[in-house]
Ligand binder design. Sequence first.
Ligand code: FES
Length: 278
Amino acid sequence: MVSEEVSKLVDSLIQKYDGHLISVLENIQLFCNYLPSDYLREVSKQLELPLRDVYGAATFYKTFYLNPRGKHICTVCLGTACHVRGGNFIIEEFERQLHIKRGKTTEDNNFTLETVNCMGACAVGPIVIVDGTYYSYFKTLEARKIIRTILKESEKVDITKDKRIFPVKVNCPKCYHSLMDNEYLIDGHPSVKVTISFLDKHGWYRLSCLYGVYNVESEYERPHGVVANYFCPHCHAEMLGTFLCPLCTTQMVSLVLTGGGSVHVCPMRGCKGHLLDV
Ligand code: FES
């Protein structure tokens, strides 16, 4: 049973667009954010077109959607040019940050994550489009920032919900200078600032001070699987420890805890190996 509201809207659109099917569908999508099946049936009835023709048009054009979409649309280009420049890492980062797979919408209907095969801007790829804004030369680390900006959320992680997550304060194991940066927050807490080197890059790197949280920000994007050397930004000594990562066996970085003990983190990008020694 089609509601009166659906029937009236379809009728008004048919009048307005003189029965032009695509224009009617475009405006239903503008109104509903996708093309619900009851609207398509009503279009078919009022235009006296077979339902298969209406569905044919709705499925032929990529701009039409038959399933509900999120308020915010993140589209990652996976065409050949963008793919070879890291498009796959970018989509994986969006999947991680949004906790959904490509093609899906978050449970709160806030975000939909989509892929596309080429946006015609290969020379400035990889390309990501968020809510209609094009981002060229996209860096994987930007995904998190963009999502955070959209949400305008407090970066604060609710550490009361998970007792395994707690803030730590760390110091250089050589000069004992504090590595905490009170001016630059990650997850609503002072970040841990170090410098890192990998390949031919050398720059700042900030980690969340929440033990058990893996959010980082970095001057240079580091591909997954690449190991970095960590240095104290004050005395410039390398902070390599003696422990091996329990997950990947890379030699871990050791930092001294304020108040006693040490924390060890794996320097391989993407590895979540960490140890606490108190
Ligand atoms: S392959 Fe991404 S814009 Fe062409």
